[in-house]
Design a protein around this ligand. Structure first.
Ligand code: PMP
Length: 344
């Protein structure tokens, strides 16, 4: 796998911006190199452009080398950067499962890159062969998401491996919801596959969507490319500091995930009892996709009761479906009470 060859020419040739913090990395007593204001410490200083302290913690929690970690302003940042690094606008294309998380398509649009969708089957699974058939010489990236949003299921591991090993471009596996899943993460297979990029995020199981911290894990070659083209100080100091405290208390993650998983079972059992619920799709995430008789009327009814779920009725293969995030016990109770009343 030659990552250099896959890159756009302009990115391969790019001389990246070298910031003051890049040029001098040691500890000093007087900093007069970055045109900062000397007052208002510590917020007067630019943050570490490569966020080494945060990466050190992530490295321990995830058992992966710091050189294999990229941090972005949410996972949305590496999604966009991967297009910018590998896809020549109007020439190259990407292939993705459908339905899936909407930002892969939006970022393709922003970058003027053709986005090829391949429909999942009736169990929301994909076939590696079908995705490979949709590829041509100009296909640079394949997008997978497992557990998938909005369907909630994990994708078949054998097919994922078949795809990674057969495709000669980048395979992105978005594991935003992996901490809720029975299936194991692909993290431990990372070193085996130089074309694999795994996306994870602090926004879901880590309960920290507000700090905007997304993680991409990949070979050192791919991580170096993302670092080369990112904004110099893409992760601000408030986020870096907060991330450090969250990561140090990582025992909390298991607790809240377990609470959510228990609530998910309670929610699913109660939804089964509603006569207008036609199907509850198996889920490995912190949300449930539910097929109902009158999705839009129910959606509107819930809005009037000040309860917001996601109407996925117009999404491919999700006709009739609402996507419901598992909340706190009291929130799920309010939802279920209103859904029971709607049925009467
Ligand atoms: N990937 C998936 C599959 C998602 O569903 C979402 C958000 N809903 C994201 C990524 C975005 O995560 P972040 O908050 O890290 O940008």
């Amino acid at each position: 796998m030659n990552i250099e060859k896959l890159l756009r020419d302009n990115i391969r040739q790019l001389q990246p911006y070298s910031s003051a913090r890049d040029e001098f990395k040691g500890e000093a007593s007087v900093y007069l190199d970055a045109n900062e204001n000397p007052y208002n410490a510590p917020y007067n200083r630019y943050p570490d452009p490569l966020q080494w302290k945060v990466k050190e913690q992530i490295s321990q929690v995830k058992d992966v080398a710091q050189e294999n970690i990229f941090l972005g302003n949410g996972s949305d940042e590496p999604i966009d950067l991967l297009y910018r690094a590998f896809c020549n606008p109007r020439i190259d294309n990407v292939v993705a499962i459908e339905p899936t998380y909407g930002m892969y398509k939006v970022c393709a649009g922003i970058n003027d890159v053709e986005y090829r969708k391949v429909l999942l089957d009736e169990n929301f699974q994909f076939s590696a062969d079908n995705l490979l058939t949709a590829c041509d010489l100009y296909t640079k990236i394949i997008w997978l998401c497992s557990p998938n949003n909005p369907t909630g299921n994990s994708l078949n591991r054998k097919e994922i491996i078949k795809l990674i090993t057969s495709f000669e471009g980048i395979v992105v596996l978005d594991e935003a919801y992996i901490d809720f899943a029975k299936e194991e993460s692909f993290m431990e297979k990372l070193s085996k596959y130089p074309n694999l990029v795994i996306l994870q995020t602090m926004s879901k199981a880590w309960a920290s969507a507000a700090i905007r911290l997304g993680m991409a894990f990949a070979s050192t070659e791919i991580i170096a490319v993302l670092n080369k083209i990112k904004y110099p100080y893409n992760i601000n100091i408030l986020t870096q500091k907060k991330a450090l405290t969250i990561l140090k208390n990582h025992g909390q993650l298991k607790k809240s995930v377990n609470l959510i998983l228990k609530q998910r079972t309670i929610l699913i059992n109660a939804l089964h009892d509603l006569s207008y619920v036609l199907h509850i799709y198996p889920t490995d995430a912190n949300f449930v996709l539910v097929k109902v008789e009158n999705p839009t009327t129910l959606y509107q009814y819930l809005v009037e009761k000040s309860i917001i779920v996601r109407n996925r009725n117009t999404v491919s293969l999700c006709n009739g479906c609402l996507r419901i995030t598992v909340g706190k016990p009291e929130e799920n109770k309010i939802l279920l009470e209103e859904m029971e009343k709607f049925g009467i």
